[in-house]
Design a protein around this ligand. Structure first.
Ligand SMILES: O=C(O)CCC(=O)C(=O)O
Ligand SMILES: [Fe+2]
Length: 311
């Protein structure tokens, strides 16, 4: 039911047919998986293994890279700060800016394992290319210039915000709830979610039913985020999803977020709005959306974030 889309041939004769699948999935669910997507499986495995190695270090060593109240980047852990930072998971996590490079805090990127930094630098480049190929297809299908979505996300600075996070789910005690990361839609543009092939646990909500995603080998899950729903004036849907822990195993997922620059004003594209198609969402800067809508409610509010911007 949830499509696995083969991107081999996207830039060749296969483009129209592949684009049709991407667009259909984005309209129906806001979710699909991709294979043959151009990011090397070797690099994907390295991203997983350096993350796993980092999480297995002592708490003391990891805390040398900890987030601070003023800075969202760095290593976070369960109950690290009560109340204020509602993004801290019921698990360990780390979070970094990749793009713009000026906001990167590489000092908070682990030195151990030694390949961590170089792996993430390379990943920043390759994942960005994939996200932009998908955005270009989605732009074309709106009947607009191929780069309109990425231009709108980048805004006046010309630089989108790309971040990665790793979610580290420790095994869930029997009797405890499996849901570790509550129901949400991703607030930004588009998310490439690197799965844990051994421990599935991403669930997406389709027609009010929770469906566990079975990770395609060497694939990415692609989640459409709220800002793409807004820019497309509701044509593409952001997907409600959540993250489960596993009773027996650790689970690590590593989302790459391709998000607007904070100062970008996101609103339905002018070309998609006319008298018979009124704008469904009010314009807002991404800074406002992220801090005053998404973070304020905290993870777990499903699609209520975007409902707040409905006109
Ligand atoms: O870990 C998962 O399965 C989902 C992660 C996720 O939705 C996120 O980090 O935004
Ligand atoms: Fe998410």
């Amino acid at each position: 039911m949830v499509p696995v889309i083969d991107l081999a041939g996207l830039e060749g004769l296969g483009r129209a047919a592949i684009a049709k699948e991407i667009v259909r999935a984005s309209e129906l669910f806001g979710f699909f998986q991709v294979v043959n997507h151009g990011v090397s499986p070797n690099l994907m495995n390295k991203v997983r293994s350096v993350s796993r190695d980092f999480f297995h270090l002592s708490h003391e060593e990891k805390s040398g890279y900890a987030k601070t109240p003023e800075n969202v980047q760095g290593y976070g852990y369960r109950n690290m700060d009560s109340g204020e930072n509602k993004l801290t998971l019921a698990a360990n996590d780390y979070f970094y800016f990749l793009i713009p490079v000026s906001r990167r805090r590489e000092d908070l990127w682990p030195r151990n394992p030694p390949e961590f930094r170089e792996t993430m630098r390379q990943y920043a480049t390759e994942a960005r290319v994939l996200a932009e190929r998908l955005l270009d297809v989605m732009s074309e299908a709106l009947g607009l210039s191929q780069t309109i979505l990425r231009e709108k996300l980048a805004g006046p600075s010309g630089e989108p915000v790309n971040t990665i996070r790793a979610n580290f789910y420790v095994p869930v005690q029997s009797g405890d709830d499996l849901v570790a990361l509550g129901t949400h839609s991703d607030p930004g543009g588009i998310t490439l979610l690197l799965q844990d092939d051994e421990a599935p646990g991403t669930q997406i909500k389709i027609n009010d039913q929770w469906i566990t995603v079975q990770p395609a080998s060497n694939g990415f899950c692609v989640n459409v985020g709220d800002q793409i729903e807004i820019l497309s004036n509701g044509r593409y849907k952001s997907i409600e999803h959540r993250g489960l822990g596993d009773r027996d195993r650790e689970r690590i997922t590593i989302p790459f977020f391709y998000n607007p620059a904070f100062e970008s004003i996101i609103a339905p594209l002018d070309e998609l709005v006319d008298e018979s198609h009124p704008a469904l969402y009010a314009p807002a800067s991404y800074e406002h959306y992220f801090f005053n809508v998404f973070m304020k409610r905290g993870v777990g509010a499903g699609k209520q974030y975007i409902q707040e911007t409905r006109v």
